[in-house]
Design a protein around this ligand. Structure first.
Ligand SMILES: C[S@@+](CC[C@H](N)C(=O)[O-])C[C@H]1O[C@@H](n2cnc3c(N)ncnc32)[C@H](O)[C@@H]1O
Length: 334
């Protein structure tokens, strides 16, 4: 007689299947399957495979992985939304960030936990994939508060610079908002800048954007910086830390952008401990990834302790705290 699997066996199977499905959620988003299902309510695998030039067994495998966690239901080659479909669409960018953008870091977990392996450039992530995911993460984690801050500016913006610009989406949106403005996007990663350049060209805004490949922590003066009135940086401010370095970077940015009247700094912050079993989507992935990379994540209080020393005054704070202590600081030069 076949014995019934116990609770622990079932739980481990679910964890394993969820790990496979996590990659499939990011992939299904990237190849347009989630959007097609959202728009039409049904997806025919044969038609989708032909339209997207996919491999049929591989595409069926992807949908099978989604079905294993109720993101979709499979009726042969007819795919319809499952009970977790809406939530999977809402959180798909977090899965992409984890499984497509940060995959190599997690793959190398057994190496990077060794103290002797944590020298120099010891980890890699896919910066183009991170840029792709962060473009959507920003739409619900920061943008409503970001636009509130932009709406509250008491000057017309003619020049803006975005530090760690990733996909370039923020500068492109600012250019649409301020039709007379020019924008500078700075990022350390060439693949992210390639995404930004493609997006600027597609939007017909390439002639109003200058993209620089540079390390914001070691930026040198450039004439394009002199006229910048609005400085922005989203989801990279934690790279300014530890504390002494952060103060120095803030002081340096103040010198490099002498005309900056407002600095909108949005980032995740370390929040008080939540019980390990009660963590919402994204928090665990974000915090484990940054601990593996050795990146310090400051608290809001840590940030508030550096602004004046760094030459900036906190004008307003938007506490968002959706998943990873998101906050936007509006800074003015001292
Ligand atoms: C999480 S992504 C956020 C991208 C974008 N700001 C957004 O809101 O979607 C962080 C970006 O900062 C860039 N970055 C990280 N450290 C940097 C540094 N020291 N100098 C310049 N760019 C950096 C990364 O390459 C990446 O594109």
């Amino acid at each position: 007689m076949k014995t019934q699997p116990d609770d622990s066996t079932l739980s481990m199977a679910h964890i394993f299947n969820s790990a496979v499905a996590a990659s499939a959620i990011g992939a299904a988003w990237e190849i347009g399957a989630l959007d097609e299902l959202s728009e039409r309510g049904v997806l025919n695998v044969h038609q989708f495979v032909t339209h997207k030039q996919l491999d049929t067994p591989a595409a069926l495998a992807l949908f099978r992985a989604l079905a294993a966690v109720d993101v979709v239901k499979r009726e042969g080659t007819r795919i319809v939304p499952g009970v977790n479909f809406t939530e999977a669409c809402r959180t798909r960018s977090f899965f992409h960030w984890l499984c497509q953008g940060s995959a190599d870091l997690f793959r190398r977990m057994p190496e990077v936990v060794y103290a002797h392996n944590r020298e120099g450039d010891f980890h890699r992530r896919d910066s183009a994939a991170i840029a792709f995911a962060c473009r959507e993460i920003s739409t619900f984690s920061y943008d409503p508060w970001f636009w509130q801050a932009v709406g509250g500016l008491d000057f017309d913006v003619t020049s803006v610079a975005d530090l760690g610009c990733g996909s370039g989406e923020r500068v492109l949106q600012l250019l649409r908002h301020f039709p007379a403005a020019h924008a500078v996007g700075i990022d350390i990663a060439r693949p992210a800048l390639d995404v930004a350049a493609g997006a600027a060209a597609a939007a017909g805004l390439a002639d109003r954007v200058t993209l620089f490949q540079a390390d914001v922590l070691a930026l040198v003066p450039h004439e394009a910086f002199d006229r910048v009135e609005l400085l922005t940086s989203f989801m990279m401010g934690h790279d300014f830390w530890p504390r002494a370095n952060c103060v120095a970077v803030l002081q340096r940015l103040r010198e490099l952008f002498p005309g900056a009247r407002r600095f909108l700094l949005g980032d995740a912050t370390r929040t008080p401990d939540t019980a390990d079993r009660d963590l919402p989507v994204f928090t665990l992935g974000f915090e484990v990834a940054h601990d593996l990379m050795g990146t310090f994540i400051p608290t809001i209080a840590d940030w508030e302790s550096v602004f004046e020393e760094g030459g900036w005054r906190l004008h307003r704070k938007h506490t968002i705290d959706l998943a990873v202590g998101e906050v936007i600081f509006e800074l003015v030069r001292l």
